[in-house]
Design a protein around this ligand. Sequence first.
Ligand code: GDP
Length: 338
Amino acid sequence: MNFVVFAGGVGGAKLADGMARSMDDASLTIIVNTADDFELYGLHISPDLDTVMYTLAGIANPETGWGIAGDTFHNFDMLARYGASPWFHIGDRDMATHLLRTQMLRDGATLAEATRILSERLGVTARILPMTNDRVRTVVDTEEGLYHFQEYFVKLHWQPEVRSLIYEGAGEAEPLPAALRAIETADTIVIAPSNLYLSIDPILAVPGMRDALLNASAPIIAVTPIIGGEAVKGPAAKLMRELGDEPSAAAVAQHYAEFLNGFVLDERDAELQPRIEAMGMGVLLADTLMRNADDRARLACEVVTFADRLRPEKMGGCKLNLSLPPQKQPVRSTDANR
Ligand code: GDP
């Protein structure tokens, strides 16, 4: 079975991890947002690719949602000593990823090639694909002016009121051919519980991606990132309000309605089910809050079984493999980055 997951950082990584853990014999391709990428100290940083890669490798820091569990921050302290006033935390081990990726890109590798090499070395068997090898950058148009995404998100803690979002470079970007092929040959496509504007829309803004979904033969299912009108984490609900959408799971379903066959609604929002069904898609009620590894695997399994119900030929559901080893505990936690 071929699964494709559209993902940003934390929400996407958790569900992709659940799929990887609960389906030994399936092939999993994760198409990841790269519009949050940026350059710092001459390094190419890909926050969402790294969150997905570290999560699937079992080394992610579950408390922060970014970086590596147990990482140290000596480089950060030294930068501060130089008076560099760093606002983006990069752990010492995390730094190795950025150094190698940047070196590979300088030597002529594509972002997809660099991602493949890094994730293979970490023992990740799922295929992690950037949405494009080209440069796309989210620019946030706020009441206080234009900001690059990381400035808005990390430095300003997503506080300025947003008027619109610009996916700079998306119109000219070429979608990763392997991503288009994966969508075409997928048995199930899942839009992860990721931020719809900051993580999924930039992927859809790359020419060819939306059409690939519209033409896909596999059922397409989105998992809600909104529970009870609030984001589990981050600015999704705040942005929905600021951009004139109702902050609710129903608005998320509407946002993706043109290509969705099914929507996974949190059981706390059961009253929205008839509204979403009226949009012409199936609805699965589930506990979508992924607190631990077992939750991730259970939700992934429910999504796969739901997809099976939505297609004419059944494909055998999913084998649930619980009691997984716990992630390493971080020695330090900070929410300064994300
Ligand atoms: P980011 O790039 O790290 O912000 O990560 P994503 O865009 O992938 O994920 C952020 C979104 O995922 C937010 O809207 C959260 O509400 C949602 N999210 C995070 N964890 C969970 C979870 O366990 N369950 C559900 N349903 N949504 C989640």
